[in-house]
Structure formats: structure tokens, C-alpha cells
Design a protein around this ligand. Structure first.
Ligand SMILES: NC(=O)c1ccc[n+]([C@@H]2O[C@H](COP(=O)([O-])OP(=O)(O)OC[C@H]3O[C@@H](n4cnc5c(N)ncnc54)[C@H](OP(=O)(O)O)[C@@H]3O)[C@@H](O)[C@H]2O)c1
Length: 334
């Protein structure tokens, strides 16, 4: 039977997610409902994506008994409040990245999910791509020997986008795109806590981070280097260097289709979208949707691809980076 998705938020990523779901078999995935703060926006979205149920508030979706999982595609300043609404109503939730504004909020979400015994996952879609599955396999086989250094870069000029630069909208490079570099490092080092995190960054006048470089040290003399920016375009690749070779995930490393093991290149093409997309390679959102379906079928409460412990550690590292570069959100003071 198809899992029934309820979409929360009729914004850009919800559009792309809906398009990605259409690349999967209809007998496996159905979009059952869309909820928006505006009924008109919800109706328009439903028409475009042929969604049967339309709600003009998030509360109505939370009360719908015929939804298997809620996809939370709202602005990240809202993830904590809206996430709690669904989790406390006993709904399974796939929450867009970043999970929330700080680790305290993330821990609240995890606690709420455990209390109502529902599934919860941070939508780090990168982890569900075939390229990442291959990276994990190669690491398990020690294909490049002992890993010594992981590098991950993500730079995308987006100073013209309000939610990237304004503090009240949760702006800054770290929460928007730096999260992808850090999660890559944690994936390679199996969710291990770094021994040290050193960050240096430059801020915008609004008080959010424009560009940041992070160096992390892990046990057994292993290191990681991440750089991310909302002011400049980078190579956006990731490289794992070991004692016997290297694995390179070509840009865009957060939704990759090309892997290079030493000199051997392998492509993993994505399906074509049925409608224009807002973001690069968004039909790849299909992989996390299918990962969620598999988890629900097995009765899991979290995904082994992106465990909640990884999300908590990821946000704790992000809190530390923000402390070092001097970015404070109003949510940190509560
Ligand atoms: N996985 C990815 O590749 C990817 C790509 C882009 C974005 N994202 C993440 O997805 C989330 C949404 O991003 P987006 O680009 O889709 O943003 P967007 O187009 O601006 O949509 C955000 C949605 O949030 C909802 N919302 C609820 N409360 C809000 C408030 N107080 N102010 C503004 N919006 C509010 C709105 O939905 P309604 O008004 O319809 O209720 C709005 O449509 C972010 O957390 C972002 O980091 C992920």
C-alpha cells in the first residue's frame, strides 16, 4: 500500500518534493494532503500537483487521521514550533534541514518523537543518494586505506535571497548550506564526536555568517576541513583522502551524481522532472522519500541513514561554530 504524505508548507522545496515523489511508483507514494497558512496558496499548490485534500492551516493537517507521514517544508525558524505540533499529535515527521535553530530545539523535537513513539528524521537528503551509499560501501571496504582528511566545500552566491541573509528568517551560510559539509564529515567518521572544532568566519551586517572555514580534529590523527559561503561560488565537491587513495564526490556534493574513486569515474543519473524545479537535482529527493517508506514499513522510529544522534551532534557542532564566529539567534536566548 502507498504511504500517504501530508505536505506542510506550500513553498519552493515542497514543490520540488512533490515533483520528486512523482518519479516514484504511485502504488508506493501518494500525496494525500497539502497544508498552508493560506488556503489560496494551498488550493493553487493542490491544483498544480493533483493533491486531493487541502488545508488552510497546519493544525487541520495535524488532525487528519489518514496521513502516514508529514513532510515539513517550512522555513527553519518554524521547524521547532510546527514540528512539535505534528509530533505531539502523533504524526511521523520528515523535517527539512536544518532540523531547527539550535541543539536545544533539536533535542526537544527528538524528545517529543520518543514520547509519542513516532518516526522522525532530519531531511538530509544527501545521505540517501546512491553516491553516498557507494561512499559508505567503499569506506567499509577500506578502499582508500585509512582515512586521514575529509574536505567538503559549498559556496553559492545568494546574498539577494532574504531568507539567506536576514537574521529573523534564520539566515547565514552555516544553517543553510554549511550543514551539508558538516553532515558529510560526520557520515565519513560514522557519527563520531570531533576532539576539537575551530571555526573562523566573516559576518554580514545583519549579524549572520557570510563565509566560514571550519577545521575539525578527530581521534586517530584524522582531520576535516569545511568551507561554506553564501557570497561566492565554490567547487562544491567533497574529497576523502586516505593512505591508499581518494574518493571524490563531485559538485554538487549535497545532491551528487558523480563519484570518482582514484581515477575511476562513475555516474548515477537522476530521472527527469515532470515540472520545472526550484533547486538543483531535486528529483533526488525521491531517495529520501523511499528511505522513509522503507523505515515505516519496518516499523523503525528513525532512519539508519540519518540517525537522530547524528542530527543532535550536527547541531551541537553548529552551535559551537556559531559561538566561535559570533552568530546569535533570538531562539538561543529562550
Ligand atoms: N533539501 C533541500 O535541498 C532544500 C532546498 C531548499 C530549502 N530547503 C529547506 O526547506 C525549508 C523551506 O525552504 P523553501 O526554500 O521552500 O522556502 P520558501 O519557499 O520560502 O517556503 C517556506 C514555507 O514556509 C512556510 N512558513 C511557515 N511559517 C513561516 C513564516 N513565519 N515565514 C515564512 N514562511 C513560513 C510557508 O508556507 P505556507 O505559507 O505555505 O504555509 C512558506 O511557503 C528551509 O528549512 C530550507 O532550509 C531544503
Amino acid at each position: 500500500m502507498a504511504i500517504r504524505w501530508g505536505l506542510c508548507g506550500a513553498g519552493k522545496i515542497s514543490h520540488d518534493f512533490s515533483v520528486a515523489l512523482k518519479t516514484l511508483p504511485a502504488e508506493d507514494h501518494q500525496i494525500a494532503a497539502i497544508a498552508s497558512r493560506s488556503s489560496d496558496r494551498a488550493k493553487e499548490f493542490a491544483k498544480k500537483h493533483s493533491i486531493p485534500k487541502v488545508y488552510g492551516s497546519y493544525e487541520e493537517l495535524a488532525r487528519d487521521p489518514d496521513i502516514d507521514i508529514v513532510y515539513l517544508g517550512v522555513l527553519h525558524t518554524e521547524h521547532w514550533k510546527v514540528g512539535l505540533l505534528f509530533l505531539q499529535a502523533g504524526k511521523n515527521v520528515l523535517c527539512e534541514k536544518p532540523f531547527a535553530m539550535n541543539s536545544r530545539q533539536v533535542k526537544d523535537l527528538v524528545e517529543a518523537a520518543r514520547k509519542t513513539n513516532v518516526f522522525l528524521m532530519e531531511a538530509i537528503w544527501s545521505r540517501c543518494f546512491p553516491v553516498h551509499a557507494e561512499v559508505r560501501k567503499l569506506l567499509a571496504e577500506e578502499a582508500v586505506g585509512e582515512v586521514k582528511l575529509v574536505k567538503a566545500y559549498f559556496g553559492s552566491p545568494q546574498l539577494h535571497i532574504p531568507c539567506s541573509v536576514e537574521k529573523e528568517l534564520g539566515g547565514g551560510a552555516l544553517l543553510d548550506i554549511g550543514v551539508y559539509c558538516l553532515q558529510f564529515v560526520l557520515m565519513v567518521f560514522n557519527g563520531e564526536r570531533p576532539e576539537s572544532v575551530q571555526a573562523s568566519g566573516v559576518l554580514l551586517d545583519s549579524g549572520v555568517d557570510e563565509s566560514v572555514v571550519v577545521v575539525m580534529k578527530f581521534s586517530r590523527k584524522r582531520m576535516a576541513l569545511c568551507a561554506f559561503s553564501i557570497a561566492a561560488r565554490f567547487s562544491n565537491d567533497a574529497v576523502i583522502s586516505g593512505t591508499k587513495g581518494s574518493i571524490r564526490v563531485l559538485g554538487p556534493m549535497h545532491c551528487p551524481t558523480t563519484l570518482v574513486l582514484n581515477d575511476k569515474k562513475t555516474e548515477y543519473p537522476l530521472p527527469e522532472p515532470c515540472l520545472p524545479l526550484n533547486f538543483t537535482n531535486s528529483t533526488g529527493l525521491r531517495y529520501e522519500a523511499e528511505e522513509v517508506r522503507q523505515c515505516l514499513l519496518k516499523g523503525l522510529k528513525e532512519s539508519p541513514r540519518m540517525p537522530l544522534a547524528d542530527s543532535v551532534l550536527l547541531t551541537e557542532i553548529m552551535d559551537e561554530i556559531r559561538k566561535q564566529v559570533g552568530v546569535v539567534f533570538s531562539q538561543d536566548r529562550k
